[in-house]
Write a protein that binds this ligand. Sequence first.
Ligand code: NAP
Length: 271
Amino acid sequence: MTAQSNLGTALVTGASAGIGATYARKLAARGYDLLLVARDISRLNTLADELSASHGVIAEVLGADLGKTDEVRRVEKRLRAEGDISLLVNNAGIGPRGALLADDIDYLDQMIALNVTAANRLAVAAAQAFAARGKGSIINIASAVAIVPDIFNGTYSGSKSFVLGLTLALANDLKDKGVRVQAVLPGFTRTEIFDRVGGSFDNIPADRVMDVDDLVEAALAGFDQDELITVPSAEDDNLVKAYQEARFALGDQASRDRPASRYGVASKVAA
Ligand code: NAP
């Protein structure tokens, strides 16, 4: 029997492929035990066997369709009950089938169930459980389109803006609780995401698509550097700082007792 890691267990959702499987590999190499969640149990078992053999960690598999409420609750229960879970990689997600105006609205509902409802439930459950334990970390996989929703399918982008917004608010809630949060904003990353919806990365210029191993390596470096928002390909990190400053500056003016003067409203509030 393998000895339990002192880093604890990382619960990785969407661990059967792509970004999640890559996190699982890199976290195992760091010495985390793993609880691997996705629907495809046979792929998860293969990965768990590989990682326990190569890194001597405990790798357990939990099959769940996170598009279904009762299955999300099963995962949530483990998060809340098992004190050795020290890290949630909240990654499972699906992409759009095409442009929003041509997309299937029932599919968009499924996307929201997974990308928003399940992601929210697991992040909030982890935040509550980790805060009570005074330790733990949450890595939420958002997307670059969270900050530029204009350029992509709006429901997908909005689902990722939700993940980013949730992360920013949780960081504030958790800052004195010994719990860390990170939002990762990948750009195009070569995984199965488009294959699953009949698409491909072939039409995207190669210099816009990152290798998944590079992506996760950079995201983990951002985690190690205590970043709240990690944009793995952003060369100028002052832009992330400026984005935060602009948000707070606008936020400071966004709730006042009178309309801005440019609207010419004779305010009920005395000047
Ligand atoms: P991927 O290669 O298609 O992997 C998606 C993972 O999510 C798989 O492990 C899949 O496993 C799991 N999953 C899908 N539906 C699920 C469900 N209903 N219940 C449980 N697990 C489910 O995609 P990826 O690119 O790695 O995506 C991972 C995350 O990165 C997503 O949140 C995505 O939005 C985000 N992201 C990706 C890119 C990109 O360009 N690749 C860019 C920005 C953000 P099963 O099929 O076994 O369930």
